[in-house]
Design a protein around this ligand. Structure first.
Ligand SMILES: [Cu+2]
Length: 124
């Protein structure tokens, strides 16, 4: 899909705005190259284990475009819930949930059943 977009832009703008096409072509080339490089870092997805009413590790750092997988190894149901409600998932014992972080930042989250359980995902 990302490959098609620059092609459409080039065709749509046509001959009248050749300079603009070249300009946007260059601008689009950089993000495209970045996303291609990131697809390999997706393999470095990290796991946060929920155990003994805690997220472990409590703070985890990944590259943007990579994923966090939470798995509930407790005998109690927990949730992983973004403080800004970017994601929220209830996990019964043994279940897991994966979320991909496209943008850099610090994402604070908690368990909505046990609000003292908190964690942070740092996306670089
Ligand atoms: Cu909990």
């Amino acid at each position: 899909m990302r490959v098609q977009l620059p092609a459409k832009v080039t065709v749509g703008v046509g001959v009248a705005a050749t300079a603009a096409v070249v300009g946007s072509g260059v601008a689009l080339a950089a993000p495209h190259a970045t996303s291609a490089a990131l697809s390999s870092s997706t393999a470095t997805a990290k796991t946060v284990t929920i155990k003994n009413f805690a997220f472990s590790p409590r703070t985890v750092t990944i590259r943007h475009g990579a994923s966090i997988r939470w798995i509930n190894r407790d005998t109690t149901t927990h949730t992983t819930t973004s403080n800004t409600h970017l994601w929220s998932k209830t996990l019964i014992p043994g279940k897991s949930f994966t979320f991909t972080f496209g943008r850099r930042g610090s994402y604070h989250y908690h368990c909505s059943i046990h609000p003292m359980m908190t964690g942070i995902v740092r996306v670089t």
